[in-house]
Design a protein around this ligand. Structure first.
Ligand SMILES: Nc1ncnc2c1ncn2[C@@H]1O[C@H](COP(=O)(O)OP(=O)(O)OP(=O)(O)O)[C@@H](O)[C@H]1O
Length: 590
């Protein structure tokens, strides 16, 4: 499993935050309104103790209650409270809206990026880990916007305004409150340092859990057949347990450093204030209203700091998550780019491999000096033992991997320059185990052309003789299928894939012959269909059973990435080389 950098430095965190904030730019209006609402709701919060102080000192203590003044005070107090409630609701609503919009965009970008990533990426990163980035990680970012951004901003407003009010009430004490700031700053810095590390590990482990889960679901058949349930369960439990441990480490850190530490400082500050006012009352009279207001402001000064410190872990988590999403977005293992030559067109289907050498890892060449020609309408079969390089030839031809030595041309144009759409529409690929998407039979056949008419879909089905089995399904072409088409036999899946390919009427066919056991009736249908499909189309076919490609115009025998024999079936048999041996072996087995 590929690990991300788990320890984000301060600069990394800053960059991630900055990049995340850029996503809010299209919503400047919402952001500004949100700020405004926040400012008003904070101001309402700050005004409340002040109004109470006026009531205590001017009316309650002296025991005078002039009706009109009291009335006004009540009206103002009510307006302030209502304003506070409405603006608080508005600011929460606006920040949530912003959060969901940002995440929506982030997910669109991440998903779009996945579509552009090359096979090199998917060779290395498990599917579950990618899923985890787009779902869980982006979810953590939502929490940050809602919980953290709003809290942080509110805290800044609150701390500053409470401080100003404290200054107005008593300068000396306000300065004293300021003394606590460095202590709080140190506590928060220590917390951040450790928690970021714990969170990164927890996130990474969550992603590993997803990967394990995805793997288990994908391979459920093998798991059950090979009795692997226990092993997988044990592996899953180990990850789960470690995940729990990291979470607990964080809980301990929270328990120690966050609320208790800050609360203790708060209580200390209260004690000092009360002592101070006590002493002061010997010398001069301190009003009860001032003491009340000061204590209220003190609480309003510390409470946001407490909230911020508690939200710090969400913030930390969100930064780690965001960085994981951005790592995916920045991954450079993209699918090969086309140097577009708009003129390049596939007209005849004349394929040439010219001295192609290729390596997946940059060290071992899995294809060496591959040179051959497939003329329009010809069938070239690729045969050879497992691992000899047959699929790699197809991988390069389909542009799944970039290659740097030699060239592959179609009708004289390098496939590196061919517009992608040209390759998509004129080259039909049928894989060994065709992928069936969630939807209907028709939507699976329509895949490349969503606007294809039903008649065309049906014609494609008939062309490959798939109509017999499709017509027997409940709903026919509208029969619902789940992804991977679990309910179909491999032969039936092949037929659907044939229909899908024939629906685009390609000039070139790439076939990876199914090795799976197919019953003889379907097998016959498939051979029949294949023969028809190949007619008039240049075909590159990987063949495992030599009996299926005896009529090929050219057979290339691969061995360790090299073409070691080439010719028609008859010439290769006469040659008595590898092909002859393979043929004898297979015939002997039949
Ligand atoms: N994605 C990959 N990353 C790294 N190495 C790979 C990758 N795919 C294949 N290889 C290696 O390249 C070599 C050729 O593999 P390839 O799949 O082309 O053989 P093949 O002839 O198609 O085999 P089979 O008949 O089993 O499908 C093998 O040694 C294989 O291990």
């Amino acid at each position: 499993m590929e690990n991300d950098n788990l320890n984000l430095t301060f600069n990394d965190q800053k960059d991630v935050l900055f990049r995340l904030m850029k996503y809010t730019l299209p919503f400047k209006g919402v952001l500004t309104l949100g700020f405004l609402m926040l400012a008003v709701s904070t101001a309402a919060g700050v005004a409340t103790p002040y109004l109470v102080m006026i009531f205590i000192d001017d009316y309650l203590t002296p025991g005078v209650f002039p009706e009109q003044d009291i009335m006004w005070l009540i009206i103002i107090f009510t307006i302030v409270q209502l304003l506070g409630a409405v603006t608080t609701y508005m600011n929460i609503y606006l920040f949530q809206y912003l959060a969901f919009k940002v995440i929506q965009q982030l997910r669109i970008d991440a998903f779009e990026k996945i579509g552009r990533l090359g096979m090199r990426y998917f060779d290395k990163v498990p599917g579950g880990s990618v899923v985890s980035r787009i779902t869980n990680d982006t979810e953590a970012i939502v929490d940050m916007f809602i919980g953290v951004l709003a809290t942080f901003l509110m805290a800044i407003f609150m701390v500053i305004s409470s401080f100003v009010m404290m200054f107005i009430l008593d300068v000396k004490l306000a300065l004293f409150a300021l003394l606590f700031m460095p202590v709080i700053a140190v506590i928060l810095a220590v917390y951040r340092k450790y928690s970021a590390n714990f969170f990164s590990h927890a996130r990474q482990l969550l992603s590993e859990m997803n990967a394990k889960l995805a793997e288990s679901i994908e391979g459920m058949k093998i798991i059950q057949v090979f009795n692997q349930e226990r092993r997988l369960q044990a592996e899953f439990n180990t990850i789960n347990e470690t995940h729990y441990k990291y979470n607990m480490k964080n809980v301990k850190l929270d328990g120690l450093l966050l609320r208790p530490a800050i609360s203790m400082i708060y209580v200390l500050a209260i004690a000092v204030i009360l002592g101070y006012f006590g002493f002061l009352s010997f010398e001069s009279t301190v009003t009860a209203g001032v003491v009340f207001a000061f204590l209220q402001y003190m609480e309003r000064f510390f409470e946001p700091i407490n909230q911020v410190s508690q939200n710090l872990n969400i913030f930390q988590q969100a930064l780690v998550s965001a960085s994981r999403v951005f790592t995916l977005m920045d991954d450079e293992r993209l699918e090969p780019v086309q140097d577009k030559d708009e003129e390049a067109e596939i007209t005849e289907g004349h394929i040439e491999f010219k001295d192609v050498t290729f390596s997946y890892d940059g060290e071992v060449d899995v294809l060496k000096n591959i040179t051959f020609t497939a003329r329009p309408g010809e069938t070239v079969a690729l045969v050879g033992h497992t691992g000899s390089g047959k699929s790699s030839i197809i991988n390069l031809f389909m542009r799944f991997y970039e290659f740097n030595q030699g060239d592959i041309t179609i009708d004289g144009h390098s496939i590196k320059e061919m517009p992608k759409s040209e390759l998509k529409h004129k080259v039909g690929l049928v894989l060994q185990d065709p992928f069936i998407f969630y939807g209907t039979i028709a939507s699976n056949i329509r895949l490349y052309h969503p606007d294809m008419t039903f008649e065309e879909v049906k014609a494609a089905g008939e062309f490959v003789y798939a109509d017999k089995f499709i017509d027997n399904l409940p709903g026919g072409y509208q029969h619902r299928v789940i992804e991977k088409g679990g309910a179909f036999s491999s032969g039936q899946r092949q037929l659907i894939a044939f229909a899908r390919t024939m629906a685009i009427d390609p000039k070139i066919l790439i076939l990876d012959e199914a090795t799976a056991n197919i019953d003889s009736e379907t097998e016959e249908q498939i051979q029949h269909s294949l023969e028809k499909m190949r007619r008039g189309r240049t075909t590159l076919a990987i063949a495992h059973r030599l009996s299926t490609i005896q009529d090929a115009d050219q057979i290339l025998v691969l061995n360790r990435g090299e073409i070691v024999e080439r010719g028609t079936h008859d010439t290769l048999i006469c040659k008595r080389g590898i092909y002859h041996k393979m043929y004898q072996l297979q015939n002997g087995q039949q």
